[in-house]
Design a binder for this molecule. Sequence first.
Ligand SMILES: [Zn+2]
Length: 148
Amino acid sequence: MKRLRRVHPSSESERNMIKIPKSIYQQMVEHAKKESPLECCGILGGRDHAAKKAFELENVDQSSVRYAMAPQEQLKVFEDMERDAMEMVAIYHSHTHTIPFPSEIDVKLAFYPEISSIIISLKEKDAVVKAFRIGREAIYLEEIEVIP
Ligand SMILES: [Zn+2]
């Protein structure tokens, strides 16, 4: 088994921080619970590392250990975001039985190192939400600021 890459502590707070309104934060947790035991997945649209809207997508893999978004559905979300002058600020998915840390598959399928990868873990009684930047060389932990 391959070793997990090291998590580097955040250095530039501005770049390594994502702001999420409380309502969107709760929506992601509810989405994760609704789909459990399967993984859920979705996209956060917004601007300047601040989320404005959550788009819930279907996990076409219908799996409890991995997820995949349908390209057609993803395209529609990109169009919706563009119309509302938003950009993709994060991709989120859930881990229904494991800790909130990118799996080997997550690392392999991380095509957007410049946006946040949010993981909602339902392993414990209370959901735990963490954000990462998954780059080619390392995984960076990102701070989540929940805003009103
Ligand atoms: Zn994962």
